[in-house]
Design a protein around this ligand. Structure first.
Ligand code: SF4
Length: 423
């Protein structure tokens, strides 16, 4: 804390929880119901479901809010990543929930209230929470409409990603995981949300990559069809975001014309050598230079602030190929931030936790120091180029941010993004 006194204290614990996960003690929903972990795309756990002897996967809250404690933490929203071996342990007591670090109380904890639509089912009998789960304390509806990825196997699948293995483990655990969600069921779920929910402000349309065709359609045609149907039924009700590969500009116009306003062509890792090694499918099918060129070209379609590539923060230190020192790793990603931010494009992070069913899963995460230094660079580079916090994530600033899988919004100055202009 002394070394990183210029960062909000809350961020130290948030990043540590994201990299290490937490163990779930005596927590159940016998009191007031709370929103449970939906496994909205990946597992984001440090242990496979098969090894969760206490059925933690069925009891875990989607997120937690850290509050108070000896450090006087301001309200901080953190995604829950399960790890029975973590030094962080979540427990229930007479006053509610408490988070302990190595046995000592760290802070009080709140769970997200269960959205009213989580008790509802579609005509097909599927739970609405499976088709349209909400994250970021209700801000974002997460529509993983294709739950698998066509990059399969060690020579194609991104090495940090467990999308396909997670699909298999969820099905094996009895969860009604839908491979391809139909347009009709997505619209039906959104109807129910629209009539009962007041917290959601954005939706993300996403899923695995489509390398050839899916249901007779290219990647752009497949995903853009959902966007068009959602925007036709609910014009501009939510901020529409799409996470798809780096596609040519003419394909991106299909999303823009359908009503998507924010585009996430996820770049994952900046270093050229690591991009080829850690994202072999993306590297072979699209290539790093092409990926970069398409990100820049996308600014003509969505505007620079509407293009937000994700970096999986920490994989640049993964073994056996990653950087050996924090200095080198931070320097590399800082170069990527400089490249994009100097052009008005603001990347964002997801903090890496090694998911055991992914190719890189059987190792420790990156050091906490790496994540904190990266956040300092992120904050300083945004300030250098006088950029606003990326839109579509709700408010920024410690005590206000709701983005739960990285602290990049927590380290920025308090700011409530203006609504996106629709041209
Ligand atoms: S493209 Fe990579 S990160 Fe995205 S779903 Fe496929 S394997 Fe995972």
């Amino acid at each position: 804390m002394r070394q990183f006194a210029d960062l909000p204290t809350e961020v130290l614990f948030k990043e540590d929880l994201l990299r290490l996960g937490l163990s779930l003690g005596s927590v159940d929903s016998s009191g007031s119901p709370y929103q449970k972990k939906s496994y909205f795309i990946f597992s984001f756990d440090r242990t496979p479901i098969q090894e969760m002897s206490e059925r933690e996967n069925l009891r875990a809250p989607e997120e937690i809010a850290l509050l108070g404690g000896p450090h006087g933490l301001r309200r901080t929203i953190v995604s829950v990543r399960l790890n029975p071996a973590s030094p962080y342990r979540l427990e229930q007591d007479q006053e509610g929930y408490v988070l302990r670090l190595e046995g000592e109380p760290l802070c009080r904890v709140e769970f997200p209230p269960e959205p009213p639509h989580y008790r509802r089912t579609l005509r097909s009998g599927k739970p609405v929470s499976e088709i349209a789960p909400c994250i970021e304390w209700g801000y974002l509806i997460y529509l993983t409409v294709f739950r698998r990825c066509q990059y399969v196997g060690a020579d194609q699948e991104c090495r940090f990603c467990d999308i396909n293995a997670n699909f298999d483990q969820q099905r094996a655990a009895g969860r009604p995981y839908t491979t391809v969600k139909s347009l009709e069921e997505v619209l039906e779920a959104l109807e129910i949300i629209a009539e009962s929910d007041t917290r959601s402000q954005a939706y993300t349309l996403t899923g695995g990559s489509v390398t050839s065709i899916l249901r007779g359609k290219s990647e752009a045609d497949f995903y853009a069809e959902y966007a068009a149907a959602i925007e036709k039924r609910f014009p501009e009700k939510w901020i529409g975001k799409a996470v798809v590969q780096a596609l040519p500009k003419e394909e991106l116009w299909k999303f823009r014309e359908a009503g998507i306003r924010i585009y996430h062509p996820n770049y994952e890792v900046w270093d050229e050598r690591l991009f080829a090694l850690l994202c072999p499918g993306k590297s072979q099918y699209i290539g790093r230079q092409n990926w970069m060129d398409r990100i820049l070209a996308a600014a003509d379609v969505f505007g620079p602030s509407g293009v937000i590539p994700n970096f999986v923060a920490g994989i640049e230190m993964s073994r056996p190929h990653g950087f050996a020192s924090v200095e080198e790793a931070v320097r590399s990603t800082a170069e990527g931030l400089e490249f994009f931010m100097s052009r008005g494009i603001t990347p964002r992070f997801t903090t890496w936790c090694p998911e055991p069913l992914s190719n890189l899963g059987s190792q420790d995460p990156a050091p906490l120091e790496y994540h904190l230094r990266l956040l300092q660079v992120y904050r300083d580079t945004i300030a250098k180029y006088r950029l606003n916090p990326p839109p579509g994530y709700g408010p920024s600033g410690a005590g206000q941010a709701v983005f739960s899988v990285s602290s990049f919004m927590d380290v920025l100055p308090p700011f409530l993004a203006a609504p996106l202009a629709v041209s």
